[in-house]
Design a protein around this ligand. Structure first.
Ligand SMILES: Nc1ncnc2c1ncn2[C@@H]1O[C@H](COP(=O)(O)OP(=O)(O)O)[C@@H](O)[C@H]1O
Ligand code: SF4
Ligand SMILES: [Mg+2]
Length: 338
């Protein structure tokens, strides 16, 4: 049975959340000044939970994934706390951190489809992870690669394990990448835009695969996407990011039914719905802000149809707006208090 998360995302009782992030900050140096890609972000993912991180391109979603897995470039500055299965990975020595993150948090990167090595068989690329982390012999690791390809729904895995990436279709490559991420039997799978480059049929198949992994393995999944259809199909809870910050957090069905933040409302209005023609779609007006020069106050105020004078000066904090819900908007906070 699926665990029901409490307000703080934990399942209560003794077991710690699979992932717990507090006050995460990620800053990149750039020629045009520092970019604060993630600013004070907190989230918890319970065992067996599918948690979505959504937001427009550039809002900091991939930076969260890379910070959690310890894969940010060395030039990035990271602060805050990241706990995997209750263990504080940020305070571990670098080698131990890589090992812990590698074993407990499998990442399918955003540009993963092009990241398979064209010169090595798909099977060996899965086996390599097992040989490096588990010290397995090549033969045993290749047998496990067959098992993992089968688990991720690759047909005839005993034969396909010897194929090179160019012999795999886009959907099959995505399955192989998920197999690599699952090789060490992690508690958490982080899939960064895993369906963006795929057509509708293949996308539906990959979403079904992720749901099956949750159901059969009890796996926790963080899905990063800008596609609200993916969120609706897959996720239990969601976190909406804007300009590096969490601006709304809560259960998916509650947020879809009654978004508290004007940006979330705009994202949902931009989604095609059954019975609603394409001409009814409401594109979000304006462009995402430059991360080098964020507007003062609420970063969404230049695009917000409901902005008040105080929104230009005062950044709203992320605060509870209901049971197990949070939002960062002066209006939502006032509404929740009323
Ligand atoms: N390696 C990097 N060096 C400098 N800036 C980066 C780097 N990676 C990401 N950024 C910047 O950080 C911000 C957030 O990027 P990212 O986390 O990739 O967002 P998303 O995944 O939501 O599109 C963007 O402004 C992006 O340009
Ligand atoms: S704080 Fe103000 S500008 Fe920001 S989303 Fe809320 S109403 Fe709009
Ligand atoms: Mg990204």
């Amino acid at each position: 049975m699926q665990a029901v998360p409490a307000a703080d995302g934990t399942t209560g009782g003794a077991a710690p959340p699979v992932l717990s992030v507090h006050g995460l900050g990620v800053e990149f140096a750039s020629a045009r000044g520092a970019v604060r890609a993630v600013d004070g972000l907190s989230m918890q993912v319970a065992r067996g939970e599918v948690f979505a991180i959504v937001g427009e391109s550039g809002s900091g979603k991939s930076s969260v994934a890379l910070a959690v897995t310890g894969l940010l470039p060395p030039s990035a500055r990271v602060e805050g706390e990241v706990r995997l299965l209750g263990r504080d990975v940020m305070r571990m020595p670098a080698a131990e951190r890589r090992r812990m993150a590698g074993e407990q948090a499998g990442l399918v990167c955003q540009d993963a489809l092009s990241s398979l090595n064209p010169c090595t068989t798909v099977g060996f690329q899965i086996a390599e992870t097992l040989m490096v982390h588990r010290g397995m012999a090549k033969r045993a690791a290749m047998q496990d690669a067959v098992r993992l390809l089968k688990l991720t729904g690759v047909p005839a895995p005993e034969e396909r394990v010897h194929d090179y990436p160019h012999q795999f279709s886009g959907g099959m490559r995505q399955r192989a990448l998920i197999a690599i991420a699952l090789a060490l039997d992690p508690a958490l799978l982080i899939a960064d835009e895993p369906t963006t480059a795929l057509d509708a049929t293949i996308k539906a198949q990959i979403l079904d695969l992720l749901l099956r992994l949750r159901r059969d393995l009890g796996m926790s999944i963080v899905i990063i996407t800008h596609d609200m259809g993916v969120v609706a199909k897959l996720a239990d809870r969601m976190l909406v990011m804007y300009a590096g910050r969490a601006i709304e957090v809560g259960r998916v069905e509650e947020i879809f039914a009654r978004p508290a933040h004007p940006y979330t409302r705009a994202l949902l209005d931009a989604v095609p719905r059954l019975g609603r023609g394409a001409k009814d779609l409401q594109p979000i007006p304006g462009a995402p802000p430059s991360m080098q020069a964020l507007p003062p106050g609420c970063a969404f105020h230049p695009r917000c149809p409901l902005a008040l004078p105080r929104c230009q000066a005062e950044a709203p904090a992320l605060v509870p707006t209901g049971a197990a819900r949070q939002a960062a908007c002066h209006l939502a906070i006032a509404g929740a208090a009323a």
